[in-house]
Design a protein around this ligand. Structure first.
Ligand code: ADP
Length: 387
């Protein structure tokens, strides 16, 4: 959420007899996807939006008139009345008009991270505070899903995956589009009565709608980039170049924990006739899987080797993770078999399609450094290698 500024908060008591129109307020509360909670100057809940009901697990009826601190874990819960009293006395804002990340408490007692922005306003009925709350667990999950989707876009073979991608993308696109529609409808309704508070909420809604449209645009652009890469094209490529680039790409964003990557390639088997992007997708899949498998390993090491074998060259990606589980080993290379919460189980099946389309083989063995070692073969190109 962008920092919310209340037009009413810095202008002192209103001179124009601002009136909070209950019907419009209700309509906004029902449509805005962020939770909105309105309280009076003693912290008593006046209004609790439908999104807030879903987020906290309380109904508006249950909470009406209750102190808002029931929605907070300690130490905020005990201190909230004091915070409010201090603000009313001194006007010293720690959060009002600023916004911050904090923790909230659901009805079942579980805590979750939120982004909270508060606006205050004078109404003829007294001073009210409106909290806009975004559940960050949800956002983190969405970001993770988008990241995964982006990763899959680089992983997935152009030929086989467009169908499953299209449905995933339709799902991803639906979310920003619904949010935009909600923000727009809410803003339109508020325009009927454009007082200071309504305008502030409208501005907020328009900002959010703009951010959501950008997000939808990014999703579409990713799909277009993916599709426009065209059909498979084979050229003579340097394995060393393919492997170093793919491992750099696969290791970006893997977090601060050190991974020891040891690349040793046979210089007499460097040239291969391949579709560069497809083979890099295979390497990316294997290295990413290795990184993910070592998530909990105390020692994190990836060995990448190439070994000449007649007209072929074997490439090996080995890790020091826990190795394949019996179940993973049984279904390896089958689509949609995954042991990961966020996995699609497509990486290895697509890798096999690509390697077989190149006339090679792919298989897994236990690695001598403890985890799994994936091997695949490619045909060597030409006789211009150093012998
Ligand atoms: P995803 O990564 O989406 O699960 P993959 O087809 O790439 O799909 O992998 C399928 C499954 O194979 C993984 O979920 C995991 O259980 C197993 N696997 C793949 N690579 C490794 C590895 N290096 N170590 C242990 N298990 C692995």
């Amino acid at each position: 959420m962008c920092p919310f500024r209340s037009a009413a908060s810095d202008s002192g008591p209103p001179s124009n007899g601002f009136e909070l129109n209950a019907a419009y307020q209700r309509s906004i509360l029902a449509t805005v996807p962020d939770a909105m909670i309105v309280i009076d100057d003693h912290g008593a809940i006046l209004s609790f939006s439908a999104a807030a009901e879903r987020m906290f697990g309380y109904s508006e009826r249950e909470l009406a008139g209750q102190n808002v601190h029931v929605l907070m874990p300690n130490p905020d819960r005990d201190a909230h009345d004091r915070y409010m009293a201090r603000y009313m006395e001194t006007g010293e804002a720690r959060i009002i008009g600023i916004g911050r990340v904090t923790t909230a408490r659901r009805r079942d007692g579980s805590n979750f991270p939120i982004e909270l922005a508060i606006a205050d306003a004078q109404t003829p009925q007294g001073r009210v505070f409106t909290g806009f709350i975004r559940d960050l667990t949800e956002r983190q999950r969405t970001e993770r899903r988008l990241n995964d989707l982006q990763l899959e876009l680089t992983h997935i073979s152009r030929i086989s995956a467009i169908g499953s991608l299209a449905s995933a993308l339709a799902h991803e696109l639906n979310q920003p589009l619904t949010a935009i529609a909600n923000y727009m409808e809410g803003a339109r309704d508020l325009l009927e009565n454009p007082d200071a508070e309504a305008l502030a909420i409208i501005r907020e809604a328009l900002d959010e709608a703009a951010a959501q449209s950008l997000r939808a645009g990014q999703i579409v652009r990713r799909l277009r980039d993916f599709i426009s890469r065209g059909d498979s094209e084979k050229h003579i490529e340097s394995l060393r170049k393919l492997i170093t680039e793919a491992s750099a790409l696969a290791l970006t964003g893997t977090g601060p924990a050190m991974i020891d990557v040891d690349i040793r390639l046979d210089p007499t088997a460097d040239s291969v006739l391949v579709d560069r992007i497809q083979i890099q997708q295979v390497l990316l899949n294997l290295i990413r899987n290795a990184v993910e498998a070592m998530h909990r390993s105390p020692r994190r090491r990836i060995d990448i080797r190439s070994v000449r074998d007649g007209d072929m060259v074997t490439i090996i990606v080995a890790d020091s993770g826990p190795g394949l589980t019996p179940d993973a080993a049984r279904h390896l290379f089958e689509p949609f078999h995954t042991s990961k919460e966020q996995g699609m189980g497509l990486g290895l099946s697509i890798s096999r399609t690509i390697i077989e389309a190149h006339g090679g083989r792919i298989w897994a063995e236990p690695a001598d450094i403890g985890g799994a070692a994936f091997h695949f073969t490619l045909a060597r190109a030409g006789s211009n290698e150093a012998q």
